[in-house]
Write a protein that binds this ligand. Sequence first.
Ligand code: SF4
Length: 348
Amino acid sequence: MELNGVYLDELRDFFVKNGEKAFRANQLFTFFHKNGRWDVDNSNLSKKALEIIKVQKISKTEILKVLESKVDETKKFLFELDDANIVEGVLMKYNYGYSQCISTQVGCRMGCKFCASTKAGLLRNLSPGEMLGQVYAAENYYKIKVKNFILMGSGEPMDNFENVIKFLKILHDERGHNTSYRNITISTCGVVSEIYKLSELDMPINLAISLHETNDLDRSAIMPINNRYNLDDLSKALDYYISKTNNRITFEYTLIKGKNDSEKNVRELKNRFSHLLCHINLIPLNPIDEYDEKRPSREDINKFKKLLEEASFNVTIRRELGPDIDGSCGQLRAKLLRGDLNGCCRSN
Ligand code: SF4
């Protein structure tokens, strides 16, 4: 049992079964999820309770490296897990508070052509405790409280559905971190079966879809998930999600020069999605070594945005965060593994 990745009820059952008082579970849950700690020897647990938990697992997610932007207040982390695997995280400061990007898997098996996280495939899923550990490690390092979370680090959250839901429910627990579901966004490449499952959970989480192309032929060429669930399937699942949650969907749309930035793309988006309660977030491509494409010029980006607005979409262009410390998801880890990561403010 991963003690810092289970519900309070499960902890209570565990202590009672082992001949301890149920209130020990409350003490431990508070220590893990309100105080953001895992060094249980420094908790107020009794000697007997400590003996009982000693043989169980407590995941430690430690900060291996931090890069701090000099341009804005963005920080990028490399977290080291118990088995020496490494995942990335990003902390961003907005006027409404801190927002953290969380990784849900080591690597990813979704195979999106523009993404560095998937180049070596999926190594393994993260446990709830390891996802919570990213939150607490960042908060403790900067002595802050993070209010908003987006599951958009390495991994496809819907491909690790059970652990992700457990992570979010524990994060939401008012006896712990007490995060509102409204402040959480799951970003998915479009795992339709799990969008339906999420719709039924009564967790009004925001949903972001990595869209990036506007017809099946082109989307399948850069995102293999589209061969499994095409845009019709996706559109129906989103209709259903909105009908159940009344939440607006965000489409993440990476702009790639000459590939998906034409008037035809705007027309296709309009035909398919203009009926949806949605918002389009344009992301100028952040080139990676493994993907030989460029972003459009600033002028072309603005033109594309204007065309979408004329088609009645609500559109934003994502502000480039921490442009001096690294690019898109997966690059930091890839650089570390290649041995060419410099300039970190912390390096063990
Ligand atoms: S973009 Fe997301 S889903 Fe696609 S390969 Fe990268 S981590 Fe996986």
